[in-house]
Design a binder for this molecule. Structure first.
Ligand SMILES: [Zn+2]
Length: 77
């Protein structure tokens, strides 16, 4: 899926221009959606539940990392 939006690699702002950033002149890239979108808060909890219930098999270190990341994200909201 091609987005009409471009994101500046330098300042991180979004623009509809395709050549360069109108704010700082930086290089543009097509923004990729983050793995955990802020709009999909429930998806995050669904994933968490699956990990906690053992439906998704992960080693303990991976589980710890994910849980830490999720709780940090939650605290920053
Ligand atoms: Zn920029």
């Amino acid at each position: 899926m091609d987005s009409i939006l471009r994101r500046c690699k330098k300042c991180g702002r979004y623009t509809m221009r395709k050549d360069r950033c109108p704010y700082c002149g930086g290089e543009l890239e097509v923004p990729h959606p983050p793995k955990f979108s802020p709009e999909d808060k429930y998806g995050r909890y669904r994933l968490l539940m699956k990990i906690m219930s053992g439906e998704i098999k992960l080693n303990q270190d991976a589980v710890k990392t994910i849980l830490t990341k999720l709780s940090q994200t939650k605290a920053n909201e």
